[in-house]
Design a protein around this ligand. Structure first.
Ligand SMILES: [Zn+2]
Length: 60
């Protein structure tokens, strides 16, 4: 089995792990009510998705 010849330096490991940072959460705007809404999800404010109501929201 192939085995690494040298131990990787801390800088090498840290520079690789620097690319493992998570992306910020994608947030869009609801075309129905203008509230912040995640893409491909029903709006938490008005319950609309693709121009029709798909979930009921108590306080509208
Ligand atoms: Zn909405």
């Amino acid at each position: 089995m192939a085995v690494p010849k040298r131990k990787k330096s801390k800088a090498k490991i840290r520079s690789r792990k620097a690319s493992h940072k998570t992306k910020p959460v994608a947030v869009g705007v609801c075309p129905q009510c203008g509230a912040a809404r995640r893409p491909h999800r029903a709006c938490p404010g008005c319950g609309y998705y693709r121009e029709r109501q798909v979930i009921s929201v108590e306080a509208e």
